[in-house]
Design a protein around this ligand. Sequence first.
Ligand SMILES: [Fe+2]
Length: 206
Amino acid sequence: MAIEQIKIGFDNFSYVIYCPIYKQAAIVDPSLDATRTLQFIASKKLTLEYILITHHHRDHSSDSKRIKSLFPQAKLVASEADGKKLALKQDIVVSDGSQLKIGKILLDFLVTPGHTPGGICITVDNEALLTGDTLFIGDCGRTDLPGGNLAHMYASLHEKIMHLPDELVVYPGHDYGEKPFDSLGNQKRTNKTLKAKTLQEFSKIP
Ligand SMILES: [Fe+2]
């Protein structure tokens, strides 16, 4: 299993998950400009199997259309709720417990509403956790945009993310933290949004 983290624009992160054995790949969140992401895929001679969209916001999804036109065989993957808001119809709808494979790599999907109604997180071979705008290093995604919901975010973080293994490496959708990625265990100990013990406490975090 291999993951390439690619910074796009001011602070977005796009990712390439790829199987070095089978040379298959997925892009997670093409963002506004996938040029460098596509260059990485070409440099490694990978076949693009999937375009995974953590949530529908344009800064994560907007270059999907160009990628689809270049690689029509690549399948666009999103949740039902957020897929409806994409410019392109998704090819695969994922929900809690959905799985996909990229070569030998296993992807597990979790639906984590709060930032958007159908945001998703993806675990990769039980080693990495791509969190989109659900969880950042040191914070969580905002809940005050259209479709956001603070109670749903609290539930996603505390009923789903907190139950995942400490060893996972968290790869967020933005470079907002003091480092670009971190172990989930360290985030459980230090991230104020994961340390909050109740919804009321969570709601008071500035
Ligand atoms: Fe977002």
